[in-house]
Design a binder for this molecule. Structure first.
Ligand SMILES: NC(=O)c1ccc[n+]([C@@H]2O[C@H](COP(=O)([O-])OP(=O)(O)OC[C@H]3O[C@@H](n4cnc5c(N)ncnc54)[C@H](O)[C@@H]3O)[C@@H](O)[C@H]2O)c1
Length: 389
């Protein structure tokens, strides 16, 4: 039997004769994790790979959220994931999901080009938003979004989930509380030619649909742009999370045997020297991490492919003791942890711990500045960039 879609009317979900409704009810009654806290009712826009591998599970597992609704134009995906994750309601039309008064917050899990329009529509409808990274693809659209956030009085968090990696969090605490002056930071993010061999082994089977909505131009047609948007924004955000604002960059780019490499000299506002290495794809294992030198210690970090849900191995050396420490055994479901933090911010009014709209804008500025510098050979100030990637 076909699952029902656009279920705004009470009679159209949890009907005893609806196969999917029965499965959902049973899942809800018997199998779901007990959640003592007030739960934020979430609607997820997009049933694509990131929702399938990260967000659906995060919403159902998080201590303070529930999967109230899912939305996708692809009805085959809707049917399948409504059952798998026991979503209470399904929508093939985004406006209808936004019109559902029971949806309190939306996760935007669509292609990059749709992030800003979808977020604007959600804010307009009075919903809080957790939007996938990158926040947008042009400076103008993300700045417009900032005004909309301010007017709406709603919260917007950007899905830079590495901020919720317990190892990276430990480095951030050390920097804020003990490091003193920062001398220099080196960060690298190198996707691997073997990534799919690794991720296929641990992710659920990815379900694709011919009916999925894609941007007019396939983002993967221009790999240089795609790699910057997909991966560069992570590297920039991690650098900014740890070291603060980036003032200017001087970048070089090389493409050989289908691999792209950016080496970027960075000036941080705090005066530290920086170097970023974005290489996709390296002929080796996933290679990501950073090294940081400061007044009272140093940090050396190895980050794993995110789908291993493994905390970065972060060695913090303290000059005062001559010893290193490392967080072990931590809960590293970054996607669920970012959502719980977002839920706390919405429900309890705690400050946003994740990336804010300003952080999202700074990432877009950083990507634009690197692209411009690599093209012109000049040093580019982030404050001076404009346009789209
Ligand atoms: N944080 C991370 O680690 C991480 C990892 C992978 C992807 N991402 C990000 O997640 C986002 C989504 O990636 P993906 O690969 O899942 O995308 P995708 O394009 O494959 O899937 C998005 C789904 O959204 C649906 N959709 C789009 N617009 C819609 C609309 N207006 N109404 C209804 N349905 C709509 C599409 O039909 C599609 O099924 C990207 O921005 C990507 O950068 C983040």
């Amino acid at each position: 039997m076909k699952a029902r879609v656009d279920c705004c009317k009470a009679e159209s979900y949890f009907l005893p004769h609806d196969t999917f409704g029965i499965v959902r009810r049973e899942l809800r009654e018997f199998d779901m994790i007990a959640k003592p806290e007030r739960q934020l009712r979430i609607g997820v826009l997009g049933c694509g790979p990131i929702a399938q591998a990260g967000h659906f599970e995060s919403v159902t597992k998080a201590r303070n959220t529930q999967l109230h609704a899912i939305c996708d134009v692809a009805e085959d995906l809707l049917e399948r994931f409504a059952v798998t994750h026991a979503a209470a309601r399904t929508f093939s039309n985004y406006e209808n999901m936004l019109a559902d008064p029971d949806v309190e917050a939306v996760i935007i899990a669509t292609a990059d080009a749709f992030h800003v329009p979808a977020t604007l529509a959600a804010l307009e409808a009075g919903k809080h938003v957790l939007c996938e990274k990158p926040l947008g693809v042009s400076l103008e659209e993300v700045c417009e979004l900032k005004s909309a956030v301010q007017k709406s009085g709603r919260l917007l968090q950007v899905g830079h989930m590495k901020r919720f990696d317990p190892g990276i969090e430990s480095a951030k605490r050390f920097i804020d509380e003990e490091l003193g002056e920062m001398l220099a930071f080196k960060g690298w993010y190198c996707d691997s030619t073997h990534r799919y061999a690794m991720t296929d082994a641990v992710q659920p089977l990815m379900v694709k649909s011919q009916a999925a909505r894609k941007p007019d131009k396939d983002p993967k047609q221009d790999l240089k742009r795609y790699y910057m948007l997909a991966h560069g924004c992570h590297l920039i955000d991690t650098a900014r999370f740890l070291c603060g604002d980036i003032e200017e960059v001087q970048a070089r780019h090389s493409e050989r045997f289908g691999a792209h490499c950016w080496f970027v000299d960075v000036t941080f506002a705090n005066g530290a020297l920086g170097h970023l290495d974005l290489t996709v794809a390296v002929r080796m294992d996933w290679h990501e991490g950073f090294q940081l030198y400061g007044q009272s210690g140093s940090v050396l970090a190895k980050t794993f492919n995110p789908w291993l849900f493994r905390s970065s191995e972060v060695d913090i050396f303290r000059e005062s003791t001559g010893e290193s420490s490392r967080v072990l055994g931590a809960d590293a479901h970054f996607y669920r942890r970012q959502l719980e933090s977002f839920g706390d911010a919405v429900l309890n009014g705690t400050p946003i711990e994740g990336a804010t709209v300003d952080d999202g804008i700074a990432s877009v500025r950083g990507m634009l500045a690197i692209a411009e510098s690599a093209q012109t050979g000049r040093t580019v100030k982030l404050a001076d960039v404009s346009g789209a990637l």
